[in-house]
Design a protein around this ligand. Structure first.
Ligand code: QAP
Ligand code: CO
Length: 179
C-alpha cells in the first residue's frame, strides 16, 4: 500500500529550493512516485511536485480529472514527468490557480497556452509532449516548483499584498481554533 506523505506549506523555506535531476530510475523511485500519487489524490490535488513532499528532485505528477460527472482521477492517466525541459512555448492563457502548498487561496495567473517539453518517464525513457490549456498550465505550475517558485510569486504587487493579508488572517484563525 502506498503512503500518504506530509505536504510542505507556505511560508516553509524548503519550497524555495531548486530541485536536482533524477539519475536512478529504480524501485525506490517507483515507490516514491506511487506515494506521490496517493498523496495527491487524498488531498484533492491534480498536480504535485516532489519538493512539496520534501524531496528536492525534478519530479512532477499530474492527473487531470476525467471529463465526466464523477471527474474520476485514474492512476493509469497520470503523467509522471521527470527531469523536464520546456523546448517551446506559445500564446498566453489566464487561469485561477491554487496549490496544495498554499491551501485555500486561489488567484488568476498568466501562463503560456502551449508548451512543448522533453522529459523522462519512470524507466528513464526520453519522451516529448505538446500540452495545451489546463495540462500546459499544470505542467508550468509544477515546473515552477522545481525552480523554487510558487504561483503567488507571479502575482502583481497589489494581489500579492491581498494574499499576505488573507493568509495572515487564516493563520490567526487556525491558531485561535486550537486554543
Ligand atoms: C496545480 O494544484 C495546478 O487550496 C495543482 O485547499 C493549479 O492540485 C494545476 C488544492 C492550477 C492546474 C491549474 C488546492 C487542493 C489543489 C487547495 C492543485 C486546496 C485543496 C491544488
Ligand atoms: Co503547487
Amino acid at each position: 500500500m502506498p503512503n500518504i506523505l506530509p505536504i510542505i506549506t507556505y511560508p516553509d523555506r524548503r519550497l524555495k529550493l531548486r530541485s536536482k535531476n533524477v539519475t536512478e530510475f529504480d524501485k525506490k523511485l517507483h515507490t516514491f512516485l506511487d506515494d506521490m500519487f496517493e498523496t495527491m489524490i487524498q488531498t484533492n490535488g491534480i498536480g504535485l511536485a516532489a519538493i512539496q513532499v520534501n524531496k528536492p528532485l525534478n519530479i512532477l505528477i499530474i492527473c487531470l480529472p476525467n471529463d465526466d460527472e464523477e471527474g474520476t482521477q485514474e492512476h493509469a492517466n497520470t503523467l509522471e514527468i521527470i527531469n523536464p525541459t520546456i523546448t517551446h512555448s506559445e500564446g498566453t492563457i489566464v487561469y485561477q490557480e491554487g496549490c496544495l502548498s498554499v491551501p485555500k487561496f486561489y488567484e488568476d495567473v498568466e501562463r503560456f497556452e502551449t508548451i512543448n517539453i522533453t522529459y523522462q518517464d519512470r524507466d528513464g525513457k526520453a519522451c516529448t509532449l505538446e500540452a495545451h490549456e489546463l495540462l500546459s498550465i499544470a505542467i508550468q505550475h509544477e515546473i515552477d516548483h522545481l525552480l523554487g517558485k510558487l504561483f503567488i510569486d507571479k502575482l502583481s504587487y497589489g494581489r500579492r499584498k491581498k494574499f499576505e493579508k488573507e493568509y495572515k488572517r487564516m493563520q490567526k484563525e487556525k491558531k485561535a481554533a486550537k486554543e
